[in-house]
Design a protein around this ligand. Structure first.
Ligand code: ADP
Ligand code: MG
Length: 326
């Protein structure tokens, strides 16, 4: 059984006669990236902000670790919650290191431990600590600032990290890099993330599970594969039609690549025994495409114009185990 961290139980939020969130129920499992996706105004931000008590539900209950959120001490709850917004919110008068160390310091972790952690995190995201730890936010590019914002959210090892369209203001290259960073850091720290976006491709790339919202209602919750293959209704179907949803396999591969499970190989002309070749043609689902691994130890994956990559059955199982079991 999945280990539930957050439960929404018939939650409503109304503003006057406006139903911003309309009878929403779902759970977030410990260790997953749960994505809320939907058009602007569908109620995503309102849903997210009720998790850390920035907003209070009009009706229904939210549980965190089995206890009602309204019974928590707000400060205690916020210390357990990392928060990343679209508009970069570093403290302008604090250095990079001070920004990242904020929550660990508030949690009264030792200065030495915190300093080591900060350097390690900066290294992990290719910001050389020597160069970056004492810089001020206005001495960083937008992408670098958001990278530091992400580190700050994860640095206190909160039980949950909430991210509200954190990349929508960034250029596509920075966005891709930071999406990869989130997958990587989430995987490494075993954290739980609730990620809000209006971008279907981003939802499919990041989400272990996705909740689709429309006009305050939660239409469907499922894995990317389930949502694309069995959309709950025509609205969900249309939402994902124009995204790269038709190639869920590609999305899985990008996760595998980020996490180092794919090995680029140069000579793809010959197949060893026990190997099979899959050519990506855009119509496959994850299950279809991985079927060759039922009968072969190894699969060579080739996409048009891309490198040939090698995936073994062991690596796939390790990936699934690492990624889904916690
Ligand atoms: P999303 O994040 O999906 O864009 P929001 O949760 O911000 O959507 O908003 C959902 C709906 O609630 C929208 O119609 C919005 O106009 C409305 N809304 C949000 N906050 C308020 C508020 N403080 N007062 C009145 N209406 C609000
Ligand atoms: Mg919003």
């Amino acid at each position: 059984m999945a280990d539930t961290l957050i439960t929404f139980d018939h939650v409503k939020k109304t503003y006057g006669n406006k139903q911003a969130v309309d009878d929403v129920s779902f759970t977030v499992n410990r260790g997953e990236i749960f994505v809320l996706v939907g058009a602007s105004g569908s109620g995503k931000t309102t849903t997210l902000r009720m998790i850390n008590e920035l907003l209070e539900p009009t009706d229904g209950n939210i549980y965190f670790n089995g206890q009602r959120i309204k019974d928590y001490n707000v400060r205690e709850l916020r210390l357990q919650t990392g928060y990343v917004l679209q508009q970069i919110a570093l403290f302008p008068n604090m250095s990079v290191a001070q920004n990242v160390a904020l929550i660990p310091s508030m949690k009264k972790q030792s200065k030495a431990d915190t300093s080591t952690l900060v350097d390690q995190l900066l290294n992990d995201v290719d910001l050389d600590p020597q160069t970056y730890r004492d810089r001020m936010p206005d001495e960083l590019s937008g992408g670098e600032q958001q990278r530091v914002g992400i580190l700050r959210a994860f640095a206190g090892q909160p039980q949950i990290v909430l991210m509200d369209e954190p990349f929508s203001a960034l250029d596509p290259i920075s966005r891709t890099q930071l999406q990869n960073l989130v997958i990587d850091i989430h995987h490494r720290l075993n954290s739980t993330v609730v990620f809000v976006t209006h971008d279907m491709d981003e939802a499919l790339k990041l989400g272990d599970r996705i909740g689709v919202m429309r006009l305050g209602k939660l239409l469907q919750v499922g894995t990317p594969d389930e949502i694309v293959r069995h959309p709950a209704d025509q609205f969900v179907q249309r939402l994902f039609e124009n995204s790269m949803a038709h190639d869920v396999y590609h999305v899985l591969l990008s996760k595998l690549a980020v996490m180092g499970y794919l090995q680029d190989i140069n000579d793809s002309s010959t197949l060893a025994s026990g190997e099979d070749r899959v050519t990506l043609n855009g119509d496959q689902t994850v299950s279809d495409a991985l079927t060759p691994l039922e009968s072969n130890e190894t699969v060579l994956i080739q996409s048009e114009g891309g490198p040939t990559r090698l995936l073994t059955r062991d690596q796939l199982f390790k990936f699934i185990g690492d990624y889904r079991s916690h």
